[in-house]
Design a protein around this ligand. Structure first.
Ligand SMILES: C[S@@+](CC[C@H](N)C(=O)[O-])C[C@H]1O[C@@H](n2cnc3c(N)ncnc32)[C@H](O)[C@@H]1O
Length: 349
């Protein structure tokens, strides 16, 4: 998927086609403005204040404790994004922002936006030094307690957009009773899979600071002993021999080096019963031949490398670690909810 300037009038279309519009400015100048203005609107509570009502500028400002002049201008920006509408003197949200932003929507990305605004925006100051040194931030080692909370809430929000699709794309062997969810955080994938396969139970293995903030989130899904947390580092923990029927690792491989991913694949292979499955979910890196391809995948590669040093991986690399550990009969499933996101499953033969 690509984001690019779109003409709104025939004249603009001609100007774009003729190469008269300085299109790099869409990313360099306007891109960061759009991002920060929207994030701050979400974080200051502008969307929640409007909610499902039609309200005036004055009511929005009173509810969020904000100044009318900049808010009026901000609402204009949000309207151009298709997130807010003005009807006479009142403002309301569009279907898009009610679905993706409002906290009470099952698709809400509110907490992902709060995490972006309060944590990830600061990471952007390190882009220059990252380019010079190649050293990413390793944020799992430096997050504060509050930041761990925003991180886990953000991951829950992102997974709520994909978990319904994920349960259809993650194969689970017939009769499976035990699964391990590596870096499973909030546990949404475990919850969804255990609901789909009633005999299945799951252990979520995640870092201690993550479990501290993710445990209250998991509790809200009322899974009792069917889905439990275990605090630990998968690179160091003993995950046992022939314990599980299925292992899932979603959006974790991009934090690890190739050597670490090989180590995890080997540990997972040993921990699975024969016929067990190992599913890795990741945004794939386009290989060299498709270098001008997917923008989300290219952004993901840089962003994950900036934040964790590693980055995204290609299909060949992911299957390579699994093959080396002994897995076979590979399956790849693509996602509609996150373009470029895939589930790659290998089976212990
Ligand atoms: C990007 S989040 C993905 C969360 C969840 N799997 C999902 O897809 O929504 C990565 C998760 O991996 C966890 N993690 C990172 N390094 C880990 C390690 N060495 N061992 C266990 N968990 C780890 C983080 O704490 C975090 O919860």
């Amino acid at each position: 998927m690509k984001f690019s300037p779109t003409a709104q009038t025939p004249l603009e279309w001609i100007a774009l086609k003729a190469g008269l519009v300085p299109t790099p400015l869409a990313y360099s100048h306007f891109g960061f403005m759009m991002s920060k203005f929207l994030l701050e609107a979400v974080d200051k509570g502008v969307f929640e204040a409007i909610g499902h009502r039609r309200i005036s500028l004055e009511e929005i400002c009173a509810s969020c404790n904000l100044n009318a002049k900049p808010v009026k201008s901000l609402l204009g920006v949000l309207a151009t994004m298709g997130l807010v509408k003005q009807i006479k003197k009142l403002f309301c949200l569009t279907a898009k922002s009610k679905k993706w932003i409002l906290k009470d929507s099952p698709h809400s990305l509110y907490w992902l936006m709060v995490f972006d605004n309060r944590v990830c925006v600061k990471w952007m100051d390190h882009v220059g030094s990252f380019l010079e040194t190649g050293k990413g931030l390793q944020y799992h080692e430096t997050l504060t307690e509050d930041e761990w909370f925003y991180y886990q809430k953000a991951m829950e929000a992102a997974a709520s957009a994909t978990s319904k699709e994920a349960v259809r794309k993650i194969p689970v062997p017939p009769g499976a009773t035990r699964m391990l969810d590596i870096g499973g955080s909030h546990g949404l994938y475990s919850v969804a899979l255990c609901k789909r396969y009633p005999a299945l139970t799951s252990t979520i293995l995640d870092l201690p600071s993550a479990v501290e903030k993710a445990a209250p989130i998991l509790k809200t899904y009322n899974m009792g002993n069917k889905v439990v947390h275990r605090a630990g580092n998968v690179l160091e923990e003993d995950i046992g021999k022939e314990q599980y029927n299925a292992v899932v690792m979603a959006s974790v491989a991009h934090h690890f080096t190739a050597e670490e991913n090989k180590l995890v694949a080997q540990k997972v292979y040993d921990s699975l019963q024969p016929g067990g499955t190992f599913t890795i979910l990741e945004v794939l890196r386009s290989d060299e031949a498709k270098y001008n391809g997917d923008m989300l995948s290219a952004l993901g590669d840089f962003f994950f490398a900036l934040s964790s040093t590693s980055g995204t991986w290609s299909l060949k690399e992911i299957i390579g670690w699994q093959k080396e550990a002994g897995f076979g009969s590979f399956k790849k499933a693509t996602f509609l909810t996150i373009p470029g996101y895939v589930a790659i499953t290998g089976r212990k033969l």
